[in-house]
Design a protein around this ligand. Structure first.
Ligand code: BGC
Length: 834
């Protein structure tokens, strides 16, 4: 296999260690070598609060991690050479005090997983109960057998709440036992034994988080009472001023003799239970934990909120929490499950991925969806276009309320985006490439700020959401402002050249491919900007017709001038779309084809990914792609390309795409499927499916690749299911992989849930749950299947016969080197430095 090809089909996981299970990720023995990866894989979270899968004992770890979405510290970005408009405010998610820790001592010997004699071990994350559980049988150094079972759950129904249980039972002889439950502020990774977390010694990697050498959390409040079983801590971030309260409540149950003590200081609050334990007399500790955060509410008040959360949780009881979690997840799976019969490994991994999207997005409310969700500090907890292009499709068609929340969050950044546009000498609004608080945080502008396409990505996701839900209220109150301000940005950024011929150009921007930066007329940017301009014009014109009052308010609010809308339409119509007649492809940008190609086949594997081994300039000099760019345009704007163009473009770009970003594989899978490379599509899909599960990019320890997990859904539904939504017209043109019996997925269209079953010779559409759109209107779902309009009324399923699964191309696209450019020169392949 050459380095840039999609991986071969095989099972990526060691099934002796991670056995097949439809609804759980199970680990049958722990390994120290990949602790960081399993901490990510077994993380629990709800989009607000996330806890890595650290062992409950708190010692053995790669990275201790508890994260709260949006809870960040700021710092001044020091550029070696300053320039006007460079990002100034660094923003880094804070690793908050760790409430996961419950240490166990038997005969004064600590349970330490890495050295313990474990007679039995099993750990699993259950996607239906939403609980992480570990069961072990430990033989202590003096030979006593102790059963220890622990559970950890971050509640989906109460987003500030986490619940843990800790059960211990001696099987043979009596022994003194101590259980120490803690809330520990580790100060950015360093543990209480002053061991720097393993992750901190791993050298520079731009995909990791920035770390602090100073104190980040100033202690503001601490309190504890052994009798109440409650401890409380409050903090304030030194620079961002954000505040945090954390509290833990304990319920201790046993028939053994026991007592308890409490210790609280600035960075540690703990309750210790000492027990004279007898065999056959079980011990149970239940720990409820609450976190509240704010931009500035005093920590004392947050602590009060924590108390209220805990009082309620405790009075409801443990069982109720588990039941609520289960019911919540039952609903989630009813709306969102994708079933692949006869493919247990795929099935399990698909569910793990979809579960991750829920963990990243469900309760993000008021915040964005970080690139790593709340499972790690990778990319410093920032929000990127990942949300709109990779995560929102899944949410829009399965959990539209969450999509709305994410879009509302973007809307809340509109003022900051307006200011940023001014700073960048532009009208309208320019959303930051990466941010937490709305300010641009990408210090490297060429692969950051220059990605103006973020504006169009937001407009795109918004338009899809509006089309799929009919949420005109959201459009009128928020969405339309985003459309107008982004359209204004494009028309101001671009310019007309050759007035008579009238082409509209956009110069000096970067497309999604970060291996080619600051270019003129990036194809992806131009087609997406065109979409953005058209969508804004349409929305404004429709509003004027539909709702005169809202339109008048809009005109006043945004000082909108009629002629502006005409300008947007004209710019969209005249948009320069680079096309090379000779090669029959769309160049990625105006000068892309002039470069030689990077010879990926002869690049040693130890020099991958390129971004960690070559200076950016070296990379920029070549036709070599980090991630799908033109190919992504073929997917998102597929109605603007012919089938021949799609195939020719895919065949050109696929061999020069490294896939060094995990945002690539899912898109390559979708277009490979569409144009007919069925095997390749499946290989790309499987590669993406196991990105984290098999640590294929060797950085799963930094957190889940959330864009890829969302992309897995897009690859299933958009790639194999062949689902597209262009301007509110829903179409299906399936490409079921050869070895799969059938593929089942759900789409919620205007509040009606349609179950789609793809088989080799037919498609079945069934209205699984009836409903109304956001305005209360009942719209019978209509889906165009290979050109034929099919209505899906309630009642019996509709069966549509299928004549095969689309075109079929074998193998991989041919190499690019050796092809001739329009000017007759031959494209050569080079490995820099060789
Ligand atoms: C990709 C970006 C992405 C970011 C965060 C980068 O490696 O090139 O497209 O937004 O990761 O996931």
């Amino acid at each position: 296999m050459t380095s840039h090809e999609a991986p071969q089909i095989h099972d990526f996981l060691d099934r002796g260690r991670f056995p097949l299970d439809d609804w759980r990720l199970v680990e049958t023995y722990p390994r120290h070598e990949d602790l960081g990866v399993t901490e990510t894989l077994f993380a629990v979270g709800n989009g607000y609060l996330g806890m890595r899968g650290n062992v409950v004992e708190g010692r053995d770890s790669h990275t201790h991690g508890t994260f709260i979405n949006g809870f960040h510290e700021t710092w001044p970005i020091q550029h070696a050479e300053e320039a006007f408009g460079f990002a100034r405010v660094g923003q880094t998610i804070v690793n908050v005090p760790d409430a996961k820790i419950i240490r166990l001592y038997v005969d004064d010997e600590p349970l330490l997983l890495s050295i313990a004699d474990l007679l039995e071990y099993e750990r699993f994350l259950d996607f239906r109960s939403g609980v992480l559980q570990r069961d072990i049988l430990w033989r202590t150094p003096s030979g006593k057998r102790v059963r220890v079972s622990t559970q950890r759950m971050v509640s989906f129904t109460q987003r500030h709440l986490a619940v843990m249980t800790f059960d211990v039972e001696l099987l043979d002889e009596s022994a003194p036992i101590a259980i120490s439950s803690q809330v520990l502020n580790r100060q950015d990774g360093e543990d209480e034994y002053h061991v720097r977390s393993k992750a901190m010694g791993e050298g520079h990697d731009p995909r990791k988080s920035d770390t602090f050498s100073r104190r980040v959390l100033e202690p503001k409040y601490s309190w504890g009472s052994a009798a109440d079983g409650r401890v409380v801590l409050g903090y304030r971030c030194v620079d961002s001023g954000m505040t945090l309260g954390v509290a833990a409540d304990h319920l201790f149950e046993t028939d053994n003799e026991w007592d308890q003590s409490v210790q609280v200081d600035d960075d540690l609050a703990k309750i210790t239970y000492r027990v004279n334990a007898q065999p056959g007399k079980p011990i149970r500790l239940v720990k409820y934990v609450a976190y509240h955060t704010s931009r500035g509410v005093p920590p004392r008040e947050l602590v009060d909120r924590c108390r209220r959360t805990l009082d309620r949780a405790k009075s409801e009881g443990l069982q109720r929490q588990f039941e609520a979690q289960r019911a919540w997840l039952d609903d989630f799976w009813a709306r969102s499950d994708v079933e692949i019969s006869g493919q247990p490994a795929v099935q399990q991994a698909v569910r793990w991925n979809l579960f991750q999207v829920a963990q990243a997005a469900a309760r993000a409310e008021g915040q964005g969806i970080p690139a790593k969700g709340v499972t790690g500090s990778g990319y410093s907890g920032h929000y990127f276009w990942d949300t709109e292009i990779y995560v929102l499709p899944f949410l829009t068609y399965t959990s539209p309320q969450w999509a709305r929340n994410a879009l509302r969050f973007r809307y809340s950044l509109l003022d900051a985006a307006r200011r940023r546009a001014r700073e960048m000498s532009q009208r309208g609004a320019l959303f930051p490439w990466r941010t937490i608080n709305g300010e641009e945080a990408s210090a490297y502008y060429a692969a950051g700020t220059a990605q103006y396409h973020i504006d169009a990505d937001v407009a795109y996701a918004l338009t899809q959401y509006l089309g799929a839900t009919g949420d005109t209220d959201f459009l009128n109150r928020a969405g339309i402002d985003v459309l107008v301000e982004t359209a204004r940005m494009w028309v101001d950024l671009g310019f007309w050249r050759d007035e008579e011929e009238g082409t509209f150009h956009i110069h000096s921007v970067t497309g999604p491919d970060e291996y080619t930066t600051v270019v003129n007329d990036n194809l992806f940017t131009n087609v997406m900007a065109r979409f953005n301009l058209q969508a804004a014009a349409r929305a404004v014109r429709e509003l004027a017709e539909r709702d005169g009052d809202s339109y008048t308010r809009l005109v006043t609010r945004l000082k909108l001038d009629e002629t502006e809308v005409e300008d947007w339409e004209r710019a969209a119509r005249d948009m320069a779309i680079p096309f090379d007649e000779h090669m029959g492809i769309h160049p990625q940008d105006q000068h892309f084809l002039e470069r030689e190609v990077w010879d990926l086949d002869h690049t040693p594997l130890d020099q991958r990914p390129l971004l960690l081994n070559f200076h950016p300039l070296v990379i920029y000099r070549f036709q070599v792609i980090k991630q799908a760019d033109v190919v992504l345009a073929l997917y998102l704007q597929g109605d603007h390309f012919t089938a021949e163009q799609k195939r020719a473009n895919f065949e050109y770009y696929d061999p020069i795409t490294t896939g060094d970003s995990t945002l690539s594989g899912v898109v390559q899978s979708i277009i490979a499927a569409e144009v007919g490379y069925h095997d390749l599509a499946l290989r790309y899909f499987l590669g993406a499916l196991f990105v984290d599960l098999a640590d294929r990019h060797r950085n799963a320890s930094d957190g889940v690749h959330v864009a890829s997990t969302g992309g897995v859904w897009s690859a299933l539904v958009g790639g194999f299911g062949g689902f597209r939504d262009h301007n509110g017209v829903f179409t299906l043109d399936p490409r079921l992989p050869d070895g799969w019996e059938q593929l089942v997925f759900r789409l919620t269209l205007r509040g009606q849930r349609v179950r789609v079953t793809v088989r080799h010779d037919e498609l079945e559409l069934f209205l699984e749950e009836e409903g109304a759109d956001a305005d209360g209107v009942v719209v019978t779902p209509t889906i165009v299947v290979r050109g034929k309009e099919i209505e899906v009324p309630s009642g019996d399923p509709v069966i549509v016969p299928l004549d095969g699964q689309g075109p079929r191309l074998e193998g991989n696209p041919p190499p690019v080197a050796g092809r001739r450019r329009a000017d007759g020169t031959v494209i050569s392949a080079i490995v820099p430095g060789h």
